[in-house]
Design a protein around this ligand. Structure first.
Ligand code: MN
Length: 174
């Protein structure tokens, strides 16, 4: 999955920690820049979902699915809810690509997602509340689904087809 010339990846992991949330991660410079989205992504462009910037994760974590043991940070079940590649859409006023690192520093990330569930244009916009408070928003395009709830309609793992309850139960007692 790694190597020069390939497209960068994105992953969304449902995480049944103390509070359920969805971790939205984008590969940037060999690591996964990460946001915790309490309500999860919405394909309705009217929904601005709070996304809390968290610590970057190693690229290998993108395919982690299972249970983080009790007592460890983030204890609880993790499900790979969506996984795919993305394209950086940010351009300067001359049409030249703005590197992802600079987009992050500027507080405006715009990407096209090529996932199983999430597709089309998405924006992450830093708020004035704090450095860590961003909003995740679906752009209006052919992949927008106003009034629909993709989390309810497509709850299962794209890796294993399991639900978060099945993942949590699979390792209980063993
Ligand atoms: Mn998490």
């Amino acid at each position: 999955m790694t190597g020069p010339g390939r497209d960068p990846i994105f992953v969304v992991q449902e995480h049944a920690a103390r509070r359920l949330h969805y971790d939205f991660r984008l590969e940037v410079d060999g690591a996964l820049e990460s946001w915790a989205v309490p309500k999860g992504p919405s394909t309705d462009p009217r929904h601005k979902r709070l996304a809390i910037l968290t610590e970057p994760h190693a690229i290998d974590y993108a395919e982690f699915e299972g249970v983080i043991p009790p007592g460890e940070y983030g204890a609880g079940a993790v499900l790979v809810w969506d996984l795919g590649t993305y394209r950086n859409l940010r351009r300067d006023d001359r049409g030249r690509p703005i590197p992802m690192r600079r987009a992050l520093e500027e507080g405006l990330v715009e990407v096209e997602l090529f996932g199983r569930k999430l597709r089309g244009g998405w924006a992450l916009v830093r708020t004035r509340m704090s450095e860590r408070s961003w909003l995740l928003v679906k752009r209006k395009d052919e992949f927008a689904r106003p009034g629909r709830d993709v989390l309810v309609e497509c709850p299962k793992s794209v890796l294993s087809g399991r639900t978060i309850q099945e993942i949590a139960a699979a390792t209980e007692g063993g």
